[in-house]
Design a protein around this ligand. Structure first.
Ligand SMILES: Nc1ncnc2c1ncn2[C@@H]1O[C@H](COP(=O)(O)OP(=O)(O)OP(=O)(O)O)[C@@H](O)[C@H]1O
Length: 249
């Protein structure tokens, strides 16, 4: 199988600090790949490098065989790579439906200015589909700002998927969630991969979540890749235990 995402020698330096140093890994299509590591390991910086928020000092990011290094988020989206932050993509003073509608409008790009009816049907259909898939139909006409935290995170993921990307980058998708919301989000993410064939890269500090959810785990430590492999193998790695799991207990 050829990788959908390939990160090669990626590095970023803030002053003297090598926040990410020479990190390489691949993510396979339709699989859930996770990046974990203790506080300050460089996870967020790596996420920002891949999602185009910051530029690398060295290295490259290839998506679906194409060099996308330093591409802006909207260019990445046009190439099929979407990212979901922690609720920051939402407009709180718009309804759930309006938030989805705005994101789904991306599907109508390039279809010509003079075909408003066709364009509107495509976006409406996608909104309807997402309301059902993310169990937000009952909340469709509520303002996003009035939703519970868990519902907002669900809407945020739905917004990220509105344009039908092939890969989704998730930054700590369960941060600040209740236990119940975390379990629901976990099964939602699993469903996106298993039932919809979506490729997912998630950056997460919740080790238990990562171990249950991921097909492949990349462990970061002090800006570098410490290990990678299937969850059970990574968990059993003595270097990982010392650097990461050791810290937890
Ligand atoms: N824009 C920046 N300017 C300067 N230093 C930064 C910047 N962003 C991150 N850092 C530093 O780079 C290192 C890695 O930070 P990063 O946030 O990537 O780690 P992390 O693994 O996501 O940590 P956490 O789990 O605590 O969020 C840290 O020492 C951090 O202080």
């Amino acid at each position: 199988m050829s990788a959908i995402l390939s990160v090669q020698g990626l590095s970023v330096q803030f002053g003297a600090l090598k926040a990410v140093h020479d990190v390489s890994f691949e993510a396979q299509p339709g699989r859930i790949t996770a990046v974990i590591g203790p506080n300050g390991a460089g996870k967020s910086s790596l996420f920002n490098l891949i999602s185009g928020a910051i530029r690398p000092t060295a290295g490259s990011v290839r998506f679906d065989g194409r060099d996308v290094t330093s591409q802006a988020p909207h260019q990445l989206l046009a190439n099929g790579l979407s990212r979901s932050f922690q609720i920051t993509n939402l407009f709180f003073d718009l309804t759930v439906r309006e938030n989805l509608r705005l994101a789904a409008q991306f599907l109508e790009r390039g279809r010509g200015l003079f075909r408003p009816l066709v364009r509107s049907t495509i976006a409406s259909h996608r909104v309807d589909e997402l309301l059902g898939q993310f169990e937000l139909r009952a909340k469709a006409d509520e303002l996003a700002g009035y939703l519970s935290h868990g519902e907002q995170r669900r809407l945020e993921i739905a917004v990220s998927l509105a344009s039908r990307p092939r890969m989704l980058l998730l930054d700590e998708p369960t941060q600040g969630m209740s236990h119940t919301d975390t379990r629901e989000t976990e099964s939602l993410i699993r469903g996106l991969s298993r039932d919809h064939g979506l490729s997912i890269l998630l950056v997460e500090h919740d080790v238990d979540l990562v171990m249950q959810l991921s097909d492949h785990v990349v462990v970061m430590h002090q800006g570098q890749k410490l290990a990678e492999g299937p969850p059970a193998e990574v968990r059993a790695n003595p270097a990982v235990q010392a650097a990461y799991f050791g810290e937890k207990h």
